[in-house]
Ligand binder design. Structure first.
Ligand SMILES: O=C(O)[C@H](O)[C@@H](O)[C@H](O)[C@H](O)CO
Length: 440
């Protein structure tokens, strides 16, 4: 398959997150996180699985970095586990936690790869949640304290910084529908968690900049919203859902405002926080997986919309429709909506899961993943040709890993992980991506 061409300084990367790969949850002074609590709660995760060991990256990071060096990527997006740095969610940092990430970040740099650090990928210290978590405004200040610690320690080596991974997923899956930790089912009453995360983002950007950090942005999950029918009712439902899953997270950081229709659900005095939230950014990170279908709500539905499946497209084993042109549509719509308020864009996550297996000859055939990546990179190229300033692309994920409440069945890695032996096996997609990023 033909490779789309990209500028020589385009940033090629891979992404992971701490809780999904590190394991060693009780080592190095790490405190419990909301996901440790969630995985230990019956019925929350498929097959009762947990991430106590995961891909054991905590001990095997040198091997994983060697795989990235082999791949030839320019950058590696990792996350730092807040409960490793502040086991009780505040106060003096845990020296063992800092030194683990010192070793990890140094090894990434020594391999000639630029570290891209996410400060928060959903693993809040349990103590923070006991004090209200993202329902509490105070969590934004505790997050700023945490950000200052990381800035002071790592700003000399980190290329790009991302305060929060996908606040939308945290608010909706964690607080609105309870599918993820902390497992609350507040529906629209979860919207204040979006505001408190936005405030935490703004305060963290300020703390990082004060520590000398450059290259600060986001990693927001976005989906184009597709009404089921071209009717006024379905279009209205679509506009509402677009506000809830896209604009609620993009508008405050890019425009310093919130969608009107959500004002009644935001905490009192939210407008006073908007200047602190709308910090100038060096890039806008987009995580894209699929479009979202929607229709007008049926009888008795308290919500102003109803989700609908997207049909007529091939599917991943994680029940996601494969729609590359949805990414072009999303990027062009952002370009048109935010214009000069949209900084250069990085695709901070894009990927797919399939039931990959190691064949008898030791290879892992994943042609669907190659097609997925080529299709989405083609869409990125088309968006760039349409004027969108995209500067980089990060595959989700380097390794197969713990896919939250779905456990280990969905495999998103370019590298297969045997969770019995921890053996890593590069898949065909790994070799395909290697050729692309090495311009071979
Ligand atoms: O986008 C997300 O939900 C997260 O950032 C990742 O942690 C997921 O594992 C990945 O996206 C696959 O679902």
């Amino acid at each position: 398959m033909e490779f789309p061409t990209f500028p020589p300084d385009f940033l090629w990367g891979v992404s992971t997150s701490a809780f999904q790969i590190e394991g060693a949850t009780k080592e190095g002074g790490r405190g419990p996180s909301i996901w440790d609590t969630f995985t230990a709660t019956e019925g929350k995760v498929a097959r009762g699985e947990n991430a106590d060991v995961a891909a054991d990256h905590y001990h095997r990071y040198p091997e994983d970095i060697a795989l990235m060096a082999e791949l030839g990527v320019d950058a590696y997006r990792l996350s730092i586990a807040w409960p490793r740095i502040q086991p009780t969610g505040s106060g003096r940092p845990n020296p063992a936690g800092l030194s683990f990430y010192d070793k990890l970040i140094d090894a990434v740099c020594e391999a000639g790869i630029a570290p891209v650090v996410t400060l928060y990928h959903w693993d809040s210290p349990q103590v923070i949640e006991d004090d209200g978590g993202w329902l509490s405004r105070g969590t934004a200040d505790r997050f700023a304290e945490y950000a200052a610690i990381l800035g002071a320690r790592f700003a000399d080596r980190v290329k790009l910084w991302i305060p929060l991974n996908e606040p939308m997923v945290m608010s909706i899956y964690g607080y609105a529908i309870g599918e993820y930790a902390p497992g609350k089912t507040l529906l629209l009453d979860a919207i204040p968690t979006a505001h408190h995360q936005a405030l935490a983002h703004g305060k963290a950007v300020q703390a990082l900049r004060a520590a000398g950090a450059t290259g600060v942005g986001t990693a927001n999950n976005h989906s184009p919203v597709w009404p089921a029918a071209d009717t006024p009712a379905d279009r209205a439902a679509g506009a509402w859902l677009d506000a809830l899953i896209n604009r609620l997270y993009a508008d405050p950081v890019l425009l310093g405002s919130y969608p009107e229709e959500l004002h009644p659900y935001l905490p009192e005095g939210f407008a006073d926080d908007l200047p602190a939230i709308a910090q100038p950014l060096d890039f806008y990170g987009v995580n894209y997986y699929e479009p979202q279908g929607v229709a007008a709500p049926g009888e008795g539905n308290p919500l102003p919309f109803e989700l609908r499946p997207i049909e007529g497209y091939p599917m991943t084993t994680n029940d996601s429709p494969i729609v590359p042109h949805g990414l072009r549509e999303l990027l062009v719509s952002f370009h048109e909506r935010y214009r000069d308020r949209l900084p250069p864009v990085h695709i901070t996550e894009n990927g797919c899961s399939f039931a990959d297996e190691v064949d008898a000859d030791g290879t892992v055939r994943d042609p669907e993943r190659v097609d997925f990546l080529a299709g989405h990179l083609g869409a990125v190229r088309e968006a760039m040709d349409a004027g969108v300033d995209v500067r980089g692309y990060f595959v989700w994920s380097l390794l197969d890993n713990f896919e939250w409440s779905k456990g280990y069945a969905p495999r998103f890695g370019l590298v297969h992980v045997d969770y019995e032996t921890q053996r890593r096996t590069p898949k065909d997609s790994f070799h395909w991506y290697r050729k692309l990023v090495r311009h071979e």
